[in-house]
Design a protein around this ligand. Structure first.
Ligand SMILES: Cc1cc2nc3c(=O)[nH]c(=O)nc-3n(C[C@H](O)[C@H](O)[C@H](O)COP(=O)(O)OP(=O)(O)OC[C@H]3O[C@@H](n4cnc5c(N)ncnc54)[C@H](O)[C@@H]3O)c2cc1C
Ligand code: SF4
Length: 444
């Protein structure tokens, strides 16, 4: 180890390899068979279970927990995958504290929900580790569907279409499939190359061809896809980033938080990854939390999240905020950056307090400076490269019903489509539902 958390500037190897390995280990250790039985035993198997309603993919949670309780985790996994083919990843990354576990009756009664997420992981890992793919394809229909984007939405759509007997070609701009599962999710939520293993497992259904390094708008056009295939699904996520609009944004050391996380996830050697001594993260969502926590775990001496509104307005859940605080991340609320300071490289951020005036947010005029040698922007992504001729609403592709766009024969889902929360599980649900609608359209 050559550096330490106190090394000035942006530097690699601030921590030794053993500490880095410990810092980036699984956030929640998997349950073993006995622990899973004990956790499953807490479920009341509610009639009209609120946890099912709270799950965007409507997994039959009491059923799969009962299957675990009766010693058949493989059957439990099938119950999960019937609704959510990326149930393995969702078990790791879903904000269960605001979804199924928040709705669990034991959360309301005792403040301690059934551990649905960890039970889901136990079941899905059990089946996937056996290399079993529990679905087979229907007889070929002779129909061909193009899917743009191999993220959760595109993969869920492709898998459901393949199951129905259609032939699917997925085009993705990046070298690997998985979308943000591969390039965005915090390292400690999905360790051990799980994203790639899950894509490989999903493709075992057959009938899906993956063409990576092919971008819509650069290598292919929507018109060509529409005429070459019977239907098109767009699941291209949000590849663009918002601008900070603060003076000095172009100083070296200022970068997009999603790119930082992507480098981290693709790095084979975390000690080779440079991070600032004093890091400032701007934003209030999951990306801000993930970038801040991972900067701290890489060995930054100080990490501060700047959020322009109050704690309660923060899109990141209280659980995520507490996780960041527990790792030593500092929060400054009701404050916005007005200038990135420095001469070439960033040396600090000038911050102004904010207050609400009606529905808008204004600066109070009171400013202060915080030192920074790295600034990570986590202020939201934007739709980049949507094909011309599609109706756009609120910056996303307008859809009706199960993802129908304004162009006949073209569906969209996941982050790039309007409506729904930008979550992995929501993208899966939208991809799956669009596939069912495409199937119904192609076969009637
Ligand atoms: C840093 C970060 C952390 C997150 N953490 C969580 C979390 O912990 N839990 C959670 O539930 N959600 C999380 N999310 C949100 C979640 O990752 C997304 O909601 C989800 O991945 C959306 O899936 P998608 O398939 O719509 O898009 P994406 O996952 O973005 O996949 C889109 C795919 O389309 C490809 N593509 C883009 N443009 C083109 C083009 N022109 N041509 C061809 N291919 C193209 C991309 O390469 C990509 O593979 C996080 C998001 C970010 C940014
Ligand atoms: S709400 Fe909780 S106790 Fe009831 S079925 Fe769902 S997980 Fe079980």
């Amino acid at each position: 180890m050559t550096n330490s958390p106190f090394t000035p500037g942006i530097a690699a190897a601030r921590l030794d390899a053993a500490t880095l390995a410990e810092n980036f280990a699984d956030l929640h250790a998997p349950l073993d068979a006995h622990e899973a039985l004990v956790a499953a035993d807490r479920c009341y198997f509610c009639h009209d279970a609120p946890c099912i309603t709270a799950c965007p993919t409507s997994i039959d949670i009491p059923l799969f927990i009962r299957q675990i309780a009766t010693g058949t985790p493989e059957a439990a996994a099938k119950t999960i995958f019937d609704q959510n083919i990326l149930g393995g990843m969702c078990a790791r990354v879903c904000p269960t504290e605001t979804l199924c576990e928040q709705a669990c009756v034991r959360e309301a009664a005792e403040g301690k929900p059934v551990e649905i997420g960890r039970l889901q992981r136990y079941a899905t890992d059990t089946l996937m580790e056996q290399g079993i793919h529990p679905f087979t394809r229907a007889a070929p229909t002779g129909k061909r569907v193009a899917v743009v984007g191999a993220g959760p939405a595109g993969l869920a759509c492709a898998h459901r279409l393949a199951m129905h007997g259609h032939d699917v070609t997925i085009y993705d701009a990046r070298p690997k499939g998985g979308g943000l599962n591969e390039y965005g999710i915090a390292y400690y939520k999905s360790v051990g190359n799980f994203a790639k293993a899950e894509v490989d497992w999903l493709l075992k259904i057959g009938g899906i061809t993956m063409e990576t390094g092919k971008a819509l708008g650069r290598d292919i056009t929507l018109d060509a896809l529409s005429s070459g295939f019977d239907a098109v699904f767009l699941g291209m996520g949000l590849a663009g980033v918002n601008a900070l609009r603060a003076a000095g944004e172009d100083r070296s050391g200022v970068r997009d938080a999603v790119d930082f996380i992507s480098d981290l996830r693709q790095s084979g050697d975390l000690s080779a990854l440079p991070v600032g001594r004093n890091v400032v993260v701007i934003g209030g969502g999951m990306t801000a939390i993930d970038a801040a926590v991972q900067s701290k775990l890489l060995g930054a001496e100080s990490v501060t999240i700047l959020y322009r509104r109050g704690r309660d307005a923060m899109p990141a859940s209280r659980y995520e905020q507490d996780l960041a605080a527990s790792k030593g991340v500092r929060f400054i609320f009701n404050a916005m950056p007005v200038a990135i300071l420095g001469n070439g490289a960033v040396t600090g951020v000038r911050v102004e307090y904010t207050r609400s005036e009606g529905r808008s947010l204004v600066g109070t005029g009171e400013t202060f400076d915080i030192p920074a040698d790295q600034v990570l922007k986590a202020i939201g992504q934007t739709l980049d490269g949507a094909p011309d001729g599609l109706e756009i609403t609120g910056g996303k592709i307008a859809v009706s019903g199960s993802g129908r766009t304004s162009k006949a024969g073209v569906w969209a889902g996941g982050d790039c489509a309007a409506g729904g929360e930008d979550l992995t599980v929501t993208a899966v649900a939208e991809g799956r539902d669009a596939a069912e609608d495409i199937h119904a359209t192609l076969t009637t």
